[in-house]
Write a new protein. Structure first.
Length: 373
């Protein structure tokens, strides 16, 4: 059996006929950038996120960067985020000129530690970016409360959590701004790059619409220095079609996680994902953990069995050469550092059935052992 790590192809099959037809129609009409297709997706995505505005942009990194810019964040400001996030979260902060301030993660959920966020707030802190890592949402009621006490803005990095809800409220709708990536293997993935910012604020929305399009909303009217970061028309059409499947696909991912957890429960040296509740985890990734000495052996063994895995992420941000200048070093974020050496993401996608989960689990147990009755 061969089991891919993700399966954007299986998702594509669901929308293929409708999407190809729409691409042909819009191309014939000469619509290649913008158009009603983008506006329609933005409206649908805003409704899905229970907020008044969604602004399509070029990718998730730009979504974070432009969200920070819309708040006027720049040199002299500090922005707090997780040490164990994807590098893009910190790149976005860096490029505004603000200083990224990192915090460690919880060893069970891998989500940022709220106590460390609280302890890291200073007079210069202008924003906090909680990362809903692996598809599980941060406890946003608590995070929002500590930010509100100090007048700090919250920008959710929801790149991995499209479709998740915490206490009934969708990912992205808790913060002043919520940022999404539509990279093809995300839970809501385009057929190339794409991203969006959702917001409750009319003011931020107006600013973002200008920032993404050369500083204006009317051609050759430039109110501020902007960027070129728009959501492509053909991507918006794919996303609009896929959005109709998102809840079904989230249910499928949760079911696949249940199969894994069931079949792996007797794996002796394996830590399974800690799930707070059903709704707030959409299993973008199913991440297990083993001893550092065993992890790479396990990865290689699975590959031999035809099972593709990944490590998200092998190096915490503070130990990458890119962010050495922040002045952190080994030992500063011990949980993030330990996790980076021990985690392994198993295949997780809508093509995973019970048979595939059982096959992966058996192969894992050939290395990770079995609890003997
Ligand atoms: C947590 C997180 N933040 C930001 C991004 C950046 O998104 P993109 O790749 O669309 O720029 C990603 C995905 O790649 C991500 O996983």
């Amino acid at each position: 059996m061969r089991i891919t790590f993700s399966s954007p192809q299986a998702e594509f099959e669901c929308i293929q006929a409708a999407w190809l037809q729409r691409v042909e129609e819009t191309a014939r009409r000469g619509v290649f950038v913008g158009g009603t297709e983008v506006a329609q997706f933005e409206e649908a995505f805003a409704n899905y996120a229970h907020v008044p505005h969604a602004i399509g942009v070029g990718n998730g990194t730009d979504a974070l960067y432009l969200a920070l810019k819309s708040l006027g964040i720049g040199p002299g400001d500090e922005v707090i985020t997780a040490a164990n996030t994807f590098i893009a979260t910190v790149e976005a902060i860096h490029h505004t000129g603000a200083k990224p301030v990192l915090v460690d993660c919880d060893p069970a959920t891998y989500l940022l530690q709220l106590e460390q966020v609280r302890a890291s707030c200073t007079q210069a802190t202008k924003a906090i970016i909680p990362v809903h890592l692996y598809g599980q949402m941060v406890e946003m009621d608590k995070l929002n409360a500590l930010a509100a006490e100090r007048g700090i803005a919250v920008i959710e990095d929801s790149a991995q959590a499209a479709g998740a809800r915490y206490q009934g409220k969708p990912a992205g709708s808790w913060g002043e701004l919520g940022c999404f990536s539509f990279y093809p293997d995300k839970n809501l993935g385009a057929l190339g790059d794409g991203g969006a910012v959702v917001t409750v604020s009319d003011e931020r929305a107006a600013s973002l619409r200008k920032l993404r399009n050369h500083g204006g909303t009317t051609r050759y009217e430039h109110d501020l220095p902007g960027f070129n970061s728009r959501l492509d028309t053909i991507q918006a059409m794919a996303l609009a079609l896929k959005l109709d499947y998102l809840d079904e696909w989230s249910r499928h991912r949760r079911q696949a996680a249940k199969w894994y957890s069931e079949y792996l429960r007797d794996a002796a040296s394996l830590q399974l994902p800690a799930q707070r509740d059903e709704e707030s985890h959409v299993y973008h990734l199913y991440v297990v953990r083993t001893e550092a000495a065993q992890r790479d052996k396990l990865k290689k063994h699975l590959q031999k069995r035809g099972i593709l895995t990944a490590i998200q992420y092998p190096t915490p941000v503070h130990l990458t050469p890119a962010f050495a200048h922040l002045g952190y070093g080994p030992g500063d974020f011990p949980e993030a550092e330990r996790a980076a050496g021990e985690i392994l993401s198993l295949p997780m996608h809508i093509g995973m059935g019970e048979e595939q989960a059982a096959y992966v689990a058996e192969a894992v147990k050939e290395i990770a052992g079995r609890v003997l009755a």
